[in-house]
Design a protein around this ligand. Structure first.
Ligand SMILES: *Cc1c(COP(=O)(O)O)cnc(C)c1O
Length: 356
């Protein structure tokens, strides 16, 4: 039975991408994609296309470099801080949950004087802090566009004249974004771009080579990677290949604008069920609800075992909420179809009829 994957990551990808990826495992111009040299002409073409398609999908100008590195967004926390550090060695961060807190922690470790100028920790990160006074005395401003664990998403980005840095791991390519507003964007591939193993960096060329950090291992220096066309060392060969396939698929099907409409439709469907069904309630502030990760709770905990059995029987997997929030989390990355969301909504609806 085909499962409906609502897991938070690694993400679901289009079936056609899985098919093409598995074909290339067996035959990539007479080799397997798993054995091909990253220095071969064939693979250089893959890396080139994978980088170019990111620019195409997000309308990125030639003022930016697109890089595929390793280490996940977790290493991105450190890479961002090291590469953005300038004369003040200060930075403004917004703390909207586990991943934002991780970014703050790692920035401090490499010597950034972090000013947390907004936080929603007082209410277990269930909302996006608003009306913030963005610091002006800092090298850069950092935030997390979508909070994968708590199910909140920035609908408006912080306004600043300082360089803006964003961890977009869990909503990149889900909706249009004006990349020219940012100096650096990073995202673990496994939420919306491809399989685990690659981490995407979109960095303004102006940023490269300007760090004031005394500590800068070569691998963490984005300039090293940009100078070598994202092949400074062995890249995550297969992961980049599948990201390329996924971007081809995205662009062949209307690109990011079309995807944004699909994601809006999925979000509308499930949130209207949550809001109209007396057995459930959302856990994030309504105006800050994420279109990617939908958090909800049962209004009567005694029904938990029965509800869990019901969605599992419908072929749904990955619906349990993160331990720091409890309840349920429906992650609805790009490739998840509206039909799958309908299956979940039907389960919720049938459940309330039974208990109404
Ligand atoms: C998953 C996630 C991370 C961590 O990513 P890794 O690739 O596992 O290091 C960081 N930030 C956000 C927003 C995430 O969703």
């Amino acid at each position: 039975m085909k499962k409906h994957n609502f897991g938070a990551g690694p993400c679901i990808l289009p079936q056609d991408v899985f098919k093409k990826a598995s074909d290339a495992v067996l035959d990539f111009n007479g080799l397997s994609i798993l054995e091909v040299s990253h220095r071969s002409k064939d693979y250089e073409a893959v890396m080139h296309e994978a980088r170019e398609l990111v620019k195409k999908a997000l309308n990125i100008s030639d003022d930016y470099e697109v890089l595929y590195l390793q280490g996940g967004a977790t290493l991105g926390f450190t890479i961002a801080a090291l590469n953005m550090m300038r004369s003040t060695k200060k930075a403004g961060y917004i703390n909207t949950g586990t991943w934002a807190s991780g970014a703050i922690k790692e920035a401090k470790k490499v010597g950034v004087d972090v000013n947390v100028f907004g936080s929603s920790e007082d209410k277990n990160f269930s909302y996006i802090p608003k009306n913030l006074v963005v610091p002006t005395d800092a090298d850069y401003i950092h935030f997390t566009s979508n909070n994968t664990i708590f199910g909140t998403q920035f609908k408006e980005f912080p306004k600043t004249d300082l360089p803006l840095v964003c961890d977009m791991s869990s909503d990149i390519f889900s909706k249009e974004v004006n990349v020219s507003d940012f100096d650096l964007i990073y995202a673990g591939a496994q939420k919306n771009l491809g399989p685990a193993g690659a981490t995407l960096y979109i960095v303004k060329k102006d940023v490269l080579g300007k760090s004031t950090s005394a500590f800068m291992p070569s691998y963490l220096d984005l300039k090293q990677h940009a100078d070598k066309d994202s092949m400074y060392n062995t890249p995550p060969v297969f992961s980049v290949y599948v990201a390329m396939l996924n971007l081809q698929d995205l662009l062949a099907n209307g690109g990011v604008p079309k995807m944004a409409l699909k994601n809006q439709a999925k979000a509308k469907l499930i949130y209207s069920e949550i809001d109209s069904n007396p057995l459930f309630k959302g856990s994030a502030a309504v105006e800050d609800r994420s279109e990617m990760n939908v958090n909800f709770l049962l209004t009567n905990d005694a029904l938990k075992d029965e509800f869990d059995a019901a969605w599992k029987a419908a072929g749904i997997i990955g619906l349990n909420g993160h331990r720091s929030v409890g309840g349920y989390r429906a992650s609805m990355y790009n490739a998840l179809e509206l039909d799958s969301v309908q299956v979940l909504v039907d389960v919720m609806n049938d459940f309330s009829k039974k208990h109404g």
